[in-house]
Design a protein around this ligand. Sequence first.
Ligand code: SF4
Ligand SMILES: [Zn+2]
Ligand SMILES: [Zn+2]
Length: 293
Amino acid sequence: MKCVKCEKKAIINIRYRNLRLCRDHFIEYFEKTVKETIRKFKMFSKKDRILVAVSGGKDSLALWNVLNDLGYRASGLYIDLGIGSYSRVSREKVKKFSKESGLELIIRDIKAEYGKSLEEIKARRKTCSTCGIIKRHEMNVVAHEHDFDVIATGHNLDDESTVLLSNILRWQIDFLSRQHPVLEPWHEKLKKKVKPLCLLTEKETKTYVILKNIDHVEEECPYSVDASTLFMKSVMNSIEERFKGTKYYFYTQFLKNIDIFKNNKKWKEDLKECKLCGFPTNKDYCSFCRILR
Ligand code: SF4
Ligand SMILES: [Zn+2]
Ligand SMILES: [Zn+2]
């Protein structure tokens, strides 16, 4: 199998784009796709300070690395949730990456900050839902305190098409209206949120980190086995297996038609500020402060 751009051996076959690429042409393709996604969705410019949420996994480290290679001003934020050995290993990987690349890293240790780890917060919710609330809150707080212009996360095409499928299956109109690669701030304390890898698949980010020799955590979070997202992902993969290009088509066509869902302003009604942390919420206390209490 030869690269479609040169005579070298192809190391990847990107079936949905009909592209077989060698190492160098794959990296060129990966960087170009990220650059075009940033431009197409007007995510940020070279002047902006970007806070990259890094978990130590392949996607977030690939994102941090590619933004740096493309000349953007990207700092990392690692949120230590205190999930046993998983958190210890991932924290070390992120620290190692930041040291080797000479990039600024901010660490928020939940236990040190609030006296409880994720496992000790006995919220009446599923662990992943509690975790999501904590991560969103901490990203907002750090971006606000350090005055970043934008928050970037490593969500890829597999993540986005899977979430889209789940949202459609339940007709979650509020979620659908906000499922865009760019979420504009809707309160003075919030920053713009962007997903520059949203048009690249999990297989592509995995190939990128291998080729770039990026040491990342392979171990899955122990809670991810329960995540219903994993099941939805496998459904999406089965469809893709049968009809190549489905994920890409499903997601990009949705983005073209997202305005259909946008008239729903329900989630903005009754907007208040949390009595404890001051971040926006529609109750007296935000979800984060409620689970902590
Ligand atoms: S799998 Fe769940 S608990 Fe683990 S990091 Fe992801 S969201 Fe958090
Ligand atoms: Zn080539
Ligand atoms: Zn709060």
